[in-house]
Design a binder for this molecule. Sequence first.
Ligand SMILES: *[C@@H]1O[C@H](CO)[C@@H](O)[C@H](O)[C@H]1NC(C)=O
Ligand SMILES: *[C@@H]1O[C@H](CO)[C@@H](O)[C@H](O)[C@H]1NC(C)=O
Length: 260
Amino acid sequence: MPYKLFIVTLVLHYTAAEHYKIKPDFVKTCFKSDPEFDDCSKQAVQQLFNALGPGLPEIGMVPLDPLKIPKIRILQGDGPVNVNAALDDVIVSGFGDTEVLLSQVDGKSYSFYTKVRVPKIRIEGTYDLKGKILLIPLVGRGLCWFEPTNMTIDIVSDVKLYDKDGFVFFNVTGAHVKYTIGGLKLRMNNLFDGISSLEDSTNSYLNANWRPVSESLRPILSKTIEDILLGFLQQLFHNLPANFMIGDIKNNIKKSDKKV
Ligand SMILES: *[C@@H]1O[C@H](CO)[C@@H](O)[C@H](O)[C@H]1NC(C)=O
Ligand SMILES: *[C@@H]1O[C@H](CO)[C@@H](O)[C@H](O)[C@H]1NC(C)=O
């Protein structure tokens, strides 16, 4: 393990909500018994993303685009990245243009495998950083932005089923993410307390070396995306009955519980 210490904490606010009792229009129902299930499910997940863009206040879902995150804290020691950083008042835009490439659902566990592509993401916020990236010591606080392009994300979501009010629901217990990006542009204002020659040359260096920079940030970014995604999926699926999504879903939970 190259990373001794690695903590990301972030705060997203969700409000309590009443779950859907009638299937909303944006939900497309697919049947696992249908040989065309994967195609149907890809369209269904695309419709979900489209609806999540502006948010679903009736079930307490904040907009996905722009996504506002009050705070992300990062603490990581060792390795090419050694940072103690905070990002405040973060605004992430671009997830509204998410294109679903693939959606599969395991026939037994109902875990989801989803592959998506996001053409362009922009992350803006106020950073406070002390650490090293690519062995360069970086210190500063100020406005910053990051722009990854052509991001493809593979997502595996672990789920458990449970019954509530006569519906079956997904309890999303984990989200695992792998991603690739086609490019990264970034800017950190006020690096080294605004010694502008250093600030400009360091920003140029980081942009010119975007690939190793993005590789070194991979553990941090993966964990951040996983945490955001998990919160989103949990809020969504605690409020959207699973049988609206998969018409012939079977909750085998009682049987398997007895076996254990
Ligand atoms: C985006 O990335 C994917 C996978 O890495 C690649 O196949 C595709 O050609 C890229 N598209 C653009 C527009 O760069
Ligand atoms: C969801 O799963 C978690 C982890 O196993 C568990 O603690 C929680 O009680 C479950 N929630 C529901 C509503 O089943």
